[in-house]
Design a binder for this molecule. Structure first.
Ligand SMILES: Cc1ncc(COP(=O)(O)O)c(C=O)c1O
Length: 355
């Protein structure tokens, strides 16, 4: 009897989510921080690891870390969920509140993992396409969320890969005019002028704001993300996490990072200044630039194929993300803001590739 294991159909037919890694000098394709963690942070972390009881299981509730994140946002620890990267946070929320038989609404083009995770879990995914300028068609999102009885509605702000944001007013409308749980993915929230966390706390019965240590905190390798919501939602999503899911080392790394808020603010300012400088310089080139509130910029060559520009830039030692095959992103490329030197190299390579 032949008995090949059968992959679930939800997983079998879908392209994977990954960015090709090419070994070049300037890698501006995955929206990471261009700066490594500060030296003084690494020294403190190394010293603290020595005192960690690695033969013991970690604090299952990650109490200290959740208290410190709570203090950052003026909420209590029971309003904070922590997990291995914001991807695991999103998965826990969907495990608890999405799942088979429930509908999840996304607005493409957006972060692919929202629909991927929802599909993995057997949810029905409904897409409400963004407008040509990538803004959310709010009235239509509300109509569809109501008619399809969406259990969960994703709003990525700033949106990856477009960099566009939704105001707290818009998020407020989504909450007031639908009955869905509204998950605002703010992985790039620190680079934006507003946040859904500004909304009245009474909305948190259905509002979940998700953030990560992977970008601003320069800790993508640590894998730490979190959500802020009501104690009931957090308790519900926690049910979906495995016991002792967050290692002692991850808890320690996150907790110590929160002692260096000033450095984090300086870094955000440097990246925002770099983004504004790049956007201005790119406005003079033969590309359409989407205004960004994140640490990346989406752009579209006007008279060249994006794939040709991408290859020419790789040959010049600069890697950006080729988004041109993604639905709704015809001929688009995305560049992550780098260091001053990397941004300068990117501009030179782009000018040459367009010439
Ligand atoms: C919008 C968005 N959300 C979540 C993530 C996942 O981040 P992490 O799992 O590293 O916290 C990313 C990563 O690029 C992202 O772009």
């Amino acid at each position: 009897m032949s008995s090949h294991p059968q992959l679930r159909p939800e997983l079998a037919l879908r392209p994977g989510y990954h960015s090709p890694q090419v070994d070049v000098a300037v890698r501006l394709n995955t929206n990471e921080s261009p700066f490594p963690p500060p030296a003084r942070y690494l020294e403190r972390l190394a010293a603290a690891i020595g005192g960690t009881e690695l033969h013991r299981y970690p604090d299952r509730a990650a109490t200290e870390l959740r208290q410190k994140i709570g203090a950052l946002h003026g909420v209590s620890a029971d309003e904070v969920l922590v997990a291995n990267g914001s991807n695991e946070v999103l998965q826990a929320v969907l495990l608890a509140f999405g799942g088979p038989g429930r509908t999840v609404l996304v607005a493409e083009p957006t972060y692919a993992m929202h629909s991927h995770i929802a599909q993995n879990l057997g949810s029905r995914v409904v897409d409400v396409a963004r407008r040509a300028d990538f803004s959310l068609d709010v009235d239509r999102v509300i109509d569809v969320a109501r008619s399809e009885e969406a259990a969960v509605l994703f709003c990525c702000s700033p949106n990856n890969p477009t960099g566009t944001i939704e105001s707290p007013h818009t998020i407020g409308r989504l909450l007031a005019e639908t009955s869905a749980m509204v998950v605002v993915d703010e992985a790039y929230g620190q680079f934006a002028p507003s946040s859904a966390l500004e909304l009245d706390a009474s909305w948190r019965d259905r509002l979940v704001v998700v953030r990560t240590f992977s970008k601003t905190w320069a800790l993508a390798g640590v894998r730490l993300g979190y959500a802020v919501s009501s104690p009931l939602v957090i308790a519900g999503a926690s049910e979906a996490l495995l016991p002792y899911h967050l290692s002692s080392l991850t808890q320690l790394a996150g907790s110590l990072a929160l002692d260096d808020l000033e450095l984090m603010h300086q870094r955000v300012e440097a990246i925002v200044a770099g983004r504004n400088h790049l956007a201005q310089a790119m406005a003079d080139l033969d590309v359409e630039v989407t205004p960004s509130s994140a640490n990346f910029i989406l752009f579209r060559p006007r008279h060249r194929a994006a794939s040709v520009v991408w290859s020419a830039m790789v040959a010049a030692g600069v890697l950006v993300r080729d988004c041109s095959s993604w639905p709704g992103l015809e001929n688009c490329l995305r560049v992550t803001i780098g260091t001053e030197a990397e941004n300068a190299q990117f501009l030179i390579a782009l000018k040459e590739a367009l010439a």
